[in-house]
Design a binder for this molecule. Structure first.
Ligand code: GLP
Length: 242
């Protein structure tokens, strides 16, 4: 695991975007895994700018998002689908048909999740997966659990995640209590992983992810077993590893 400690949020965002752009330039038909949450917003801002400047091209890029709340339609203003259009897709030259965000209103989730895995495989697998991390160490919506989930699946969200994410909703009761997410296995099959983390509230999780045991009770610790992970950590989030 390569850990890059960054001076501030802006530096973290710029370095992560440069790392993604460098990979995108190496390959046509790039398959990019994307994340939501407040942390990657700056990374997306940099990618938008690079696309505007003609440095990177999304024409043949396919994207797959990590997760989505169950029970929110794609056009709901708190859905991750809506977030992705507002923070990235509306501003880059990506084709709509190449965008994939998990669907939070499936009637048969098992079948839907298998289809999502098949679509990723059919695209050639994820070349790069961008990740943020929850304060309890969750990646995607893989919450602390008894085992690492292998494929895309549905999950019940923990109280701490519901509380963390309630800042985006009018009231805590509006936060969905379940979600559909790529599994830890799906994430680990990505050829390269880039994580962005900022804020003092993530410092303990950063330390446990990097130095703690590999355990499903700290989902991000699985990344210790991936051969190509770069974590861009802003100074405050890195204070327990410095
Ligand atoms: C959500 C997403 C995660 C994200 C996390 C952290 O729960 N499912 O993918 O990493 O939030 O969000 P933030 O970056 O806002 O702290």
């Amino acid at each position: 695991m390569r850990v890059v400690i960054c001076e501030n949020y802006a530096e973290m965002s710029r370095l992560a975007a440069e790392e993604i752009a460098a990979e995108m330039k190496k390959k046509k038909n790039f398959v990019l895994g994307l994340a939501t949450g407040s942390t990657p917003v700056g990374t997306y801002g940099n990618l938008i700018e690079m696309n505007k400047q003609g440095e990177i091209d999304f024409t043949d890029v396919k994207t797959f998002n990590l997760d989505e709340y169950c029970g929110l339609y794609p056009n709901h203003d708190q859905s991750f689908n809506y977030f992705m259009y507002m923070n990235l897709f509306n501003y880059i030259n990506i084709k709509n048909e190449n965008v994939h965000v998990p669907f939070g209103f499936a009637t048969d989730y098992d079948a839907w999740c298998k289809g999502y895995e098949a679509a990723i495989a059919e695209a050639g697998g994820l070349d790069l997966q961008l990740l943020g991390m929850g304060s309890n160490g969750h990646i995607g919506f893989n919450e602390p659990a008894e085992e690492f989930a292998e494929i895309t699946h549905t999950v019940e969200l923990t109280e701490s995640t519901i509380k963390d994410n309630s800042r985006f909703f009018a009231k805590i009761e509006d936060v969905p209590t379940s979600a559909v997410t790529m599994g830890i296995g799906t994430i680990m099959r990505a050829k390269k992983i880039v994580m962005v983390v900022n804020g003092a509230n993530k410092a303990k999780a950063v330390k446990e992810m990097i130095n703690g045991p590999v355990t499903p009770s700290m989902p991000a610790s699985a990344l210790q077993n991936h051969p190509d992970v770069t974590v861009f950590v802003e100074k405050e989030a890195a204070k327990e590893i410095m």
